[in-house]
Every structure is written in structure tokens, then in C-alpha cells.
Unconditional design. Structure first.
Length: 77
């Protein structure tokens, strides 16, 4: 087999795996955004202000990387 031979099946398999991984990452990101929105709306009812909501959310491991701007945008909507 020459180094110049092209294995279409292998190439298609590798592309499929890459697209599946990318799709999974997009799905995780969308679920996280949806979960954050639900959490902010829930906490708005029980915490005194936006700062308290922000502090409570970033204290969780799952949302530790969220920015204040992200949370405030959801809080205001």
C-alpha cells in the first residue's frame, strides 16, 4: 500500500466521529444554557436580588464558569 493511497471508508469514519463529538458538545452547551435559564428564573423567586442569585449560581460546580453578564441577562428577562 502506497502512502498516497486514499482510504475513503477510514476518512468517512473519522469525519463521522468528529461530527458526532462536535454535535455532542453543542448539545451539552445548549442543555447547560437551558438549565441556567431555568435556575435563574427559579432563584429569582426566592432570593432577594440579582447579586444573591449570581453568588448562589456560581457556587455550584456546574455553573462556576458562568459570567455575571450571562446571569444578569437571564435575570433581567
Amino acid at each position: 500500500m502506497s502512502i498516497f493511497e486514499y482510504d475513503e471508508e477510514k476518512e468517512m469514519r473519522l469525519l463521522k466521529e468528529a461530527y458526532l463529538e462536535e454535535g455532542e458538545e453543542i448539545g451539552k452547551k445548549r442543555r447547560k444554557e437551558k438549565d441556567l435559564k431555568v435556575l435563574v428564573n427559579f432563584m429569582k423567586k426566592y432570593l432577594p436580588d440579582a447579586e444573591a442569585v449570581f453568588q448562589e449560581i456560581i457556587s455550584t460546580e456546574e455553573f462556576r464558569d458562568c459570567t455575571k453578564d450571562q446571569i444578569m441577562e437571564l435575570y433581567d428577562n
